[in-house]
Design a protein around this ligand. Structure first.
Ligand SMILES: *[C@@H]1O[C@H](CO)[C@@H](O)[C@H](O)[C@H]1NC(C)=O
Ligand SMILES: *[C@@H]1O[C@H](CO)[C@@H](O)[C@H](O)[C@H]1NC(C)=O
Ligand SMILES: *[C@@H]1O[C@H](CO)[C@@H](O)[C@H](O)[C@H]1NC(C)=O
Ligand SMILES: *[C@@H]1O[C@H](CO)[C@@H](O)[C@H](O)[C@H]1NC(C)=O
Ligand SMILES: *[C@@H]1O[C@H](CO)[C@@H](O)[C@H](O)[C@H]1NC(C)=O
Ligand SMILES: *[C@@H]1O[C@H](CO)[C@@H](O)[C@H](O)[C@H]1NC(C)=O
Ligand SMILES: *[C@@H]1O[C@H](CO)[C@@H](O)[C@H](O)[C@H]1NC(C)=O
Ligand SMILES: *[C@@H]1O[C@H](CO)[C@@H](O)[C@H](O)[C@H]1NC(C)=O
Ligand SMILES: *[C@@H]1O[C@H](CO)[C@@H](O)[C@H](O)[C@H]1NC(C)=O
Ligand SMILES: *[C@H]1O[C@H](CO)[C@@H](O)[C@H](O)[C@H]1NC(C)=O
Length: 425
């Protein structure tokens, strides 16, 4: 099951994403999705309430804009027999998706919706394979701004859709490698390109962001930029530290595919959920932000404590994530705790990145289970030149002054320090 959420994009060749008419998808999407908070139990009231909370908490003013309906929004028994459209569940969405969209748009926000590149969604509702044109047309008419396209039961027996086994059964979602390992020719790619093409065909009516939720299958980082605005790099996240570090480790090794219009998606945020400590929440958000991930909140905002809300509202991390001039993320600049190159419990701990705002970013993580010292040595950081630098703490906003050679911090287990380096001194 899934958490897939939304977005779209388009393109011409597999290397370059189609640049949309109004630059939709140029930066990582910021928003909220219903799955991690409500699962299948979604309805118009919760969606509109989430939009209202994004507005009233100040998250909207910071750039959060997509409000995404995940799985379970439609009539489960089937499509409309005449129009072949998916039918919004009249009990869950009494105003229709169009009526819900109107309420979201009235806040100045955007509405996202969920489908799947298969015969049914993860929760067993009608999905889009074979109906891409009909669905894209409906979504555009309803006022939908973003699609989160899952991958489940990805074939139609006895049909010619890419991926059906010769005996009519459904294949494993993990396609076999295509000839020459050219994953851009895989059946997974073909399934998603069908929706991409349908969305491009309606973009004069409505530009719809395209998020792929293919769980990192089929080497998506090698072709995702030709198909969508973002693509999942892994299976689903959950609100455990082990899962967060495993996904962070994976994504940290695949960041070359991140740039304007096309972003790796390490899945939605769990900030506010489960048993994470405040340090773990903070590290999760900071790592996702500096990897230029879509930042899709997945919690009930009406009960989120201010301690957690303030994490989601860190203006410096949002600014780094949304830099209008630099599309590349931060990168690890040296080994982490275990000194390895691949360790799901110990993702890279030393990170740096450039901004167009006159400052560079440095992040230090303590992935150990006990408190530990982490030291930023200026001469090791590729962006920095010079012996002394002006440093600010991103969490507290505190000016740490002019620091010579290196800066050490004592970090609690699983905590993170983030610094703005604002110049030499
Ligand atoms: C993805 O495509 C866009 C638009 O063509 C381009 O600006 C960007 O650099 C591409 N990303 C990568 C990683 O090449
Ligand atoms: C919040 O919503 C109101 C409409 O209800 C809108 O006028 C306002 O601009 C929104 N706030 C922000 C920060 O966009
Ligand atoms: C479509 O038609 C079938 C057969 O008449 C019927 O059982 C089904 O309920 C109809 N579906 C919808 C969504 O109206
Ligand atoms: C949504 O569509 C329905 C059916 O076409 C229509 O009756 C209703 O007025 C629409 N609602 C809005 C808010 O446009
Ligand atoms: C893709 O699906 C087709 C059937 O539609 C099948 O013949 C082909 O082997 C599949 N290709 C790969 C690489 O799995
Ligand atoms: C989190 O995900 C991992 C990997 O899929 C799984 O092994 C683990 O059981 C999950 N934990 C929870 C609490 O869902
Ligand atoms: C949180 O802790 C409780 C009690 O130990 C446990 O039942 C629950 O599964 C945990 N939740 C997660 C997401 O790990
Ligand atoms: C990491 O490498 C350093 C220097 O080579 C070494 O002193 C340290 O013990 C290593 N740490 C771990 C956890 O392997
Ligand atoms: C840290 O704790 C987790 C479980 O809480 C455990 O799986 C892991 O092995 C521990 N790591 C170290 C290095 O002790
Ligand atoms: C993180 O930690 C708290 C526990 O203090 C947990 O309840 C919360 O949901 C998690 N999220 C954030 C952002 O703190």
């Amino acid at each position: 099951m899934l958490s897939c959420t939304a977005t779209v994009a388009l393109l011409l060749t597999s290397a370059n994403a189609l640049v949309r008419p109004d630059e939709v998808g140029r930066l990582p999407a910021l928003g909220w999705n219903s799955w991690n908070a409500y699962g299948c139990d979604v309805d118009e009231t919760k969606i509109v309430e989430a939009a209202s909370n994004i507005n009233s908490t100040g998250l909207q003013a910071l750039g959060y804009e997509y409000v995404n309906i995940d799985d379970c929004w439609s009539v489960q028994s089937g499509r409309d027999n005449v129009t072949h459209r998916i039918i919004p569940d009249p009990e869950k969405f009494p105003s229709g998706i169009n009526g819900t969209a109107k309420q979201i748009h009235d806040f100045g926000l955007k509405l996202g919706i969920y489908s799947s590149a298969g015969t049914e969604t993860c929760a067993g509702y009608p999905a889009s394979i074979g109906y891409e044109d009909i669905d894209a047309q409906a979504f555009a008419e309803w006022g939908v701004d973003s699609i989160w396209d899952d991958e489940y039961n990805a074939c139609v027996p006895d049909s010619d859709f890419p991926g059906v086994n010769p005996d009519g059964t459904c294949p494993d979602l993990e396609d076999p490698a295509p000839p020459g390992y050219d994953w851009a020719t895989s059946n997974t790619t073909k399934r998603y390109n069908r929706m991409r093409d349908a969305l491009v065909a309606v973009q004069d009516t409505r530009v719809i962001l395209f998020s792929l939720c293919e769980w990192g299958n089929a080497d998506v980082v090698s072709w995702g930029n030709g198909t969508g605005n973002s693509w999942r790099v892994s299976g689903d996240i959950n609100a455990t530290w082990d899962r967060i570090t495993a996904i962070a480790n994976l994504n940290a090794h695949e960041l070359d595919s991140v740039d304007f219009f096309g972003f790796n998606d390490p899945d939605m945020l769990e900030v506010g959920n489960g048993n994470l400590t405040i340090e773990e929440n903070r590290s999760h958000y900071a790592l996702w932000a500096i990897m230029k991930s879509p930042l899709i909140i997945g919690t009930d905002l009406s009960t989120l404590p201010d301690s957690h809300l303030s994490i989601l509202k860190n203006a410096d991390l949002i600014a780094f994530n949304q830099d209008p001039v630099i599309g590349k993320p931060a990168f690890p600049y040296k080994d982490g705790y275990a000194n390895g190159t691949w360790n799901p419990q110990h993702p890279p701990e030393y990170w740096s990145g450039s901004t167009s705002y006159g400052w560079d970013l440095v992040l230090l993580l303590n992935s150990q289970n006990v408190s530990a010292t982490r030291t930023a040595v200026w001469s090791e950081i590729p962006q920095l030149h010079g012996k002394a630098h002006k440093v600010e703490d991103v969490w507290t906003g505190k000016d740490l002054g002019c620091i010579k050679d290196e800066y050490s911090v004592e970090l609690q287990a699983h905590d993170v320090a983030v610094f703005k380096i604002t110049g030499t001194c």
